[in-house]
Design a protein around this ligand. Structure first.
Ligand code: CUA
Length: 173
């Protein structure tokens, strides 16, 4: 009897892992079939809407407010490196192109959950300049442990002196 319970538990665990890491192949079609997911389509993020590539990274809005837009996908972040000024509230809008990912900003208490079909929002202020690794903190598939991005927090004056391209992302250009 005990063995049976263990076997069923193991089966359920495998099922949960499959559902959570293959979300876009299993849950999503079911979700669409049931009439859900009227918002973002994770499979066409790069084609239209807010998360097209030219709109990703750090952008200045009206009144000088800053917004970072980012996509988490198996197994990287787009953009891979983001730069923001220190001591300024920065708005984040992130989504996932496939599975559930979690961005954890190492050395801080900040974290963000990226979900397919949903925009996750948060406002963070990084008080001091520094480089923060952003490892993915949710098992999202076989490449999970290599999935990491970077955040460069720079002094405000340095941020102001960057070109628009350099502000958008600190990926090598
Ligand atoms: Cu993405 Cu783990």
């Amino acid at each position: 009897m005990k063995k049976k319970v263990g076997f069923v538990a193991a089966l359920m665990l495998v099922g949960i892992v499959i559902l959570s890491t293959r979300y876009y192949e299993v849950d999503l079609p079911v979700w669409h079939f049931l009439g859900g997911g009227k918002g973002l389509d994770p499979t066409s993020l790069h084609l239209r809407g807010e998360f097209v590539e030219s709109n990703l990274g750090t952008a200045e809005g009206p009144g000088g407010s800053l917004t970072v837009r980012m996509i988490a996908q198996q197994y990287d972040f787009v953009p891979q490196c983001v730069v923001v000024p220190a001591g300024v509230p920065v708005h984040w809008r992130i989504t996932s192109a496939d599975a559930v990912h979690v961005l954890s900003f190492l050395g801080t208490n900040y974290g963000l959950r990226a979900l397919p079909g949903v925009v996750t929002e948060a406002t963070f202020t990084f008080p001091r300049p520094g480089e923060f690794k952003i490892p993915c903190h949710e098992v999202c598939g076989p490449g999970h442990y290599a999935m990491r991005g970077q955040l460069d927090v720079v002094p405000q004056a340095q941020f102001s002196s960057l070109s628009p391209g350099e502000r958008r992302s600190c990926e090598p250009q």
